[in-house]
Ligand binder design. Sequence first.
Ligand SMILES: [Zn+2]
Length: 122
Amino acid sequence: MNLNEIIQTYYEYFNKEKLPYIKCANCGYVFYYPRGICPKCLSKKLSIMESKGEGEIYSETKFVNERGQVVIVGLIKLEEGFIVYANILTDRLENVSINRKVKVEFKEAIKGQKFPFFTTIS
Ligand SMILES: [Zn+2]
C-alpha cells in the first residue's frame, strides 16, 4: 500500500468508528502516524490493524481558545503500544491527568468525515 492508500483507509476506518494503527510485518514495530515504510527498519511490509481504542494519557496540555473554551490536547498511549496525538474531551478538567485511562470516541469534525477524540473513563 502506498501512503495515499493508507490515508484513505484511515479515513474509512474513522467513519466506521474504528481506530487504525500500523504494524510492521518485518520487525513488529507499531505506530499510528500513516507512513509507507516502517520508521524503525524501513520495511514496506506493513499491515493496518484495528485498535481496541483504550489507553492512558501519556502527556497533556490545557489551554483556552479565542472563544474562552478550555481545550485539552495530549499524547495517548494505546494498549497496543502506539501513541496518538489527539484532543481529550471531558466534563471534569480534574479528570485529565497523566496515566488516566481514556477511550476513543469519534466525532464528525469535517462534514462527512469523522475523526478520533479521547474521553476519560473511570
Ligand atoms: Zn519494521
